[in-house]
Write a protein that binds this ligand. Sequence first.
Ligand code: SF4
Length: 448
Amino acid sequence: MTIPSVETTIRLIDTGAAAGSTCSPDLATPPWEFDAGTPGYGPGSSMGDVIPAGSPRQGALPERYRTASPEELSARIVEAKQALGDSVVILGHFYQRDEVLRHADFVGDSFQLAQATQSRPDAAAIVFCGVHFMAETADLLSGGDQAVILPNLAAGCSMADMADIDSVTECWEQLEELYGTDADASGRVPVIPVTYMNSSAALKGFCGEHGGIVCTSSNAQAVLEWAFERGQRVLFFPDQHLGRNTAKAMGVPLEAMPMWNPTRPLGGNTRGELDAARVVLWHGFCSVHRRFTVPQIDAARAEHPGVQVIVHPECPMAVVDAADSAGSTDFIAKAIAAAPAGTTFAIGTEINLVNRLAAQHPEHEIFCLDPVICPCSTMYRIHAGYLAWVLEALVGGGEQSAQVLNQITVSPDIARHARVALERMLAARPPASTAPATTLPDQQLVGV
Ligand code: SF4
């Protein structure tokens, strides 16, 4: 059975040629039209961050890319890739639309892809088909003379945008005022900052500078163990759900996990609540994973007796509790690969990945828990037109010299500290090895 891509399905629904619904009519609008009135997020990652002077802004996509057919864009991308040879490597995130992902040399999650850059030191240009914080991490881990390119600078992450460096610094100062900086008798400092990979480089740098660490959805528990050994409490940002779900699975009671709302003094907490805290949760969330609900799980179980429900830990706690299991994209892929043929799965994560897993495993029935088509709308900003644009700029030709467009660069001051936080993560315990069957022929899934 051929499964149409998410982009095709959205087009068909929009024109009335297919049944179903999407979470926004804007998804049927090409990103260059949708973003025409606004400059996009820019290279600061968080809309609250200051965009460094001299950084690129998203330029208008030339008409020849806006009006090209999908087939023409695909052919142009293939031709440009051939012309560039080993000087370019294209990285594609699991949540990326198929029309872009089919051109990727590596497919994986954000950290796996950032590490993939290290396997291609020969590539002068790294084209990252993901979102802004991922490209920043690739810049942190790649060689100094490699250029990391984000095809559309408007591809940010709404979760990463929920914690900006100023708000986190202000929170940190309030906690420092309450608890000081001295370690207790067992050598544990008052607070250890932990940032999810889905955050700006500035926040990774903040963690590196303040004795903290980065985590992924694969290694969040190992990282929290590391932090509890060194701190009396953890400040976890930006995703409250990953923090809560992980800490709860480790036995931390809910009353020891107050939420920090940056618009209120002490984050909206009393001194007593913070004294009792083991994990202070930033009030961020993923707009994609927040859509999954317990009634959806109930409906899946009613319609498909015996269905296995697996959700991502960015989902709310009630959803994780109601599911059969929860884990990272790698965990989900491996669980499906290991199941006996004929298993039915309802998956609570981004629809592009769920569709791809369904296509890859025809021996199972696999569907998305949410019946509404709702891809990550920021990652969806990377359209094949933008990919063709940045690749053909690298090739140059005619009177046009070769050009690096949309380069993402983390400033040396931030990069120095951010690398410390990433190195601590790797030393705490590397993320679980990721080597599931390739999701796309001729491409590599990256193991870390
Ligand atoms: S799926 Fe959620 S966390 Fe991931 S890039 Fe999109 S908005 Fe950000």
